[in-house]
Design a protein. Structure first.
Lengths: 113, 115
């Protein structure tokens, strides 16, 4: 059973507009959430994270929102730029200090000029 | 510096070969990880080392043998692999237990093809 779900395999957004990527999780033991950006044949690049005790974290153009009661998080990118085109993975970590990450299936973001 | 290096970048091996994948980080991280990623799938956790001790083995077949010689190095020894083991093998590291952030930083991966 998938514990981290990204239900949109792809998303197309116009350059300069806001991109919103969504992620749902089922495991209540997850307490730390991360977003990664990935290009083909490369390792994931860390973007932004959020602890379960917060509901928002912002870093430049990237903001992550966490709704713990709904077990839902979202990544907002504004303004979207052509270089943002990539696959975005949502990941979650359990309460152990060195737990591995559980990844969603990813959303392919395409920024249209 | 958030760099994790992996060698080799590409590896082709036969089913009777023995080979090793290497991973290195100099960020002072005390947790290191191996993930496997098949095409169009998310990364899947294989092993976790915490303070150079194996702490998590996600029921990985014994033809994959991890080793952590010191806090900066992580190896994955491969023997008698199957064609379905062909994948991108990713190494990652993080600060480790008891820290305030748990970001994992990934290397570029080793693209493994088993013939």
């Amino acid at each position: 059973d998938q514990q981290v779900k990204q239900n949109s395999p792809s998303l197309s957004v116009q350059e300069g507009r806001i991109s919103i990527l969504n992620c749902d999780y089922t495991n209540s033991m997850f307490d730390y959430f991360l977003w990664y950006k990935k290009y083909p044949a490369e390792g994931p690049t860390f973007l932004i994270s959020i602890s379960s005790i917060k509901d928002k974290n912002e870093d430049g153009r990237f903001t992550v929102f966490l709704n713990k009661s709904a077990k839902h998080l979202s990544l907002h990118i504004v303004p979207s730029q052509p270089g943002d085109s990539a696959v975005y993975f949502c990941a979650a970590k359990g309460t152990g200090g060195a737990d591995g990450l559980t990844f969603g299936k990813g959303t392919h973001l395409i920024i249209q000029p | 510096d958030t760099e994790v290096t992996q060698t080799p970048k590409h590896l082709v091996m036969g089913m009777t070969n023995k080979k090793s994948l290497k991973c290195e980080q100099h960020m002072g991280h005390r947790a290191m990880y191996w993930y496997k990623q098949k095409a169009k799938k998310p990364p899947e956790l294989m092993f976790v080392y915490s303070y150079e001790k194996l702490s998590i083995n996600e029921s990985v077949p014994s033809r994959f043998s991890p080793e952590c010689p010191n806090s900066s190095l992580l190896n994955l020894h491969l023997h008698a692999l199957q064609p379905e083991d062909s994948a991108l093998y990713l190494c990652a590291s993080s600060l480790g237990p008891g820290q305030v952030s748990y970001e994992q930083y990934f290397g570029p991966g080793t693209r493994l093809t088993v013939t």
